[in-house]
Design a protein around this ligand. Structure first.
Ligand code: CP
Ligand code: NVA
Length: 306
């Protein structure tokens, strides 16, 4: 059976930890100038984008190339999908040409429909509900710093969006503790939260949802946030800014976290909104390591599913 990578719950704890180990190995090899393996030689990977991207686009393109494969960038405005060709037909046609399909789209149900029709394995490059490749890079980044998963506390401050949902899945599988602070009306989805809390029983992760950022960061090793208005929510931006304005990650909030706490952000960041320039540029900000780790972890994911 093909191995899609649609959410972190698609994999077991051991499988996810193995992917992180592989990503660390690939990172070391790349750092030493060793790109000896070309396991994707003769294989093509379609990269479909229905939304904008810098990191996902470039890290997948470079990752596929470094593994010896051929990336094919497909903006929705250039392919027939953007003119109304169905998801089911697009998925079946592309599967006749390429060996992996990464897609960034809107509703997660659209990704699931795509994966249901594709015979090639499908990777989620972000949906309105989840961003699993991002959270794999984030977990890898704090694991490189702290060397453990269990016993780490992550505090996510802000909008209960796709990033927050994948943090919930990440906590459930890796077993780190997670506190999400979001104001009323911006909480993470209740069903996604309930499922993560239930799955977390297997790993012992403690997951809490609160409206109080200070409570969330208390004792946190990792403080993270994301934009207040995600792609596709532009018309709600003013209303969300109003709701989230007291959820900024600033120096005072970082001070209330653990003394060795690090700051993560999936990027792109809106400095002065969800995070101050001071925190973003601080010595405890790992945001560019985090962005780099997308490359390594996605290579590991592609090698696992090919
Ligand atoms: N973090 C992330 O996915 O960035 P892009 O939107 O630039 O791909
Ligand atoms: N929540 C953001 C993440 C961007 C990588 C968005 O969906 O726009």
């Amino acid at each position: 059976m093909k191995k899609d990578f649609l959410t972190l719950l698609d994999r077991t704890t051991d499988e996810l930890k193995h992917l992180i180990d592989e990503a660390i190995r690939l990172k070391k090899e790349r750092g030493a100038g060793i790109l000896r393996n070309t396991p994707l030689a003769g294989k093509s990977v379609a990269l479909i984008f229905e939304k904008s991207s810098t990191r996902t686009r470039v890290s997948f393109d470079v990752g596929v190339s470094e593994l010896g494969g051929r990336p094919i960038y497909l903006s929705v405005s250039d392919i027939q999908l953007g003119r109304g060709e169905s998801v089911s037909d697009t998925a079946r046609v592309l599967s006749r040409y390429v060996h992996i399909i990464m897609i960034r789209t809107f509703a997660h149900s659209r990704l699931e429909e795509f994966a249901g029709y594709a015979s090639a394995p499908v990777i989620n490059g972000l949906t309105d509900e989840y961003h699993p490749c991002q959270i794999m890079a984030d977990v890898m980044t704090f694991y490189e710093r702290f060397g453990i998963y269990r016993g780490i506390k992550v505090a996510y401050i802000g909008d209960g969006n796709n990033i927050a949902h994948s943090w919930l899945n990440g906590a459930a599988r890796f077993g780190f503790d997670l506190a999400i602070a979001s104001p009323g009306g911006c909480e993470p989805d209740k069903n996604i939260t309930a499922l993560a809390i239930n799955e977390a029983k297997k790993t012992g992760a403690n997951i809490i949802i609160t409206a109080d950022p200070a409570e969330a960061v208390n004792g946190a090793d990792v403080v993270t946030t994301d934009v207040w208005a995600s792609m596709g929510q532009e018309k709600d931006a003013a209303r969300k800014s109003e709701m989230l304005k007291s959820y900024q990650v600033n120096a005072a909030l970082m001070k209330a976290a653990g003394k060795d706490a690090v700051f993560l952000h999936c990027l792109p960041a809106h400095k002065g909104e969800e995070v101050t320039e001071e925190v973003f540029e601080s010595s405890f900000s790992l945001v560019f390591d985090e962005a780099e780790n997308r490359l390594h972890v996605q290579k590991a994911i592609m090698l696992d599913i090919i």
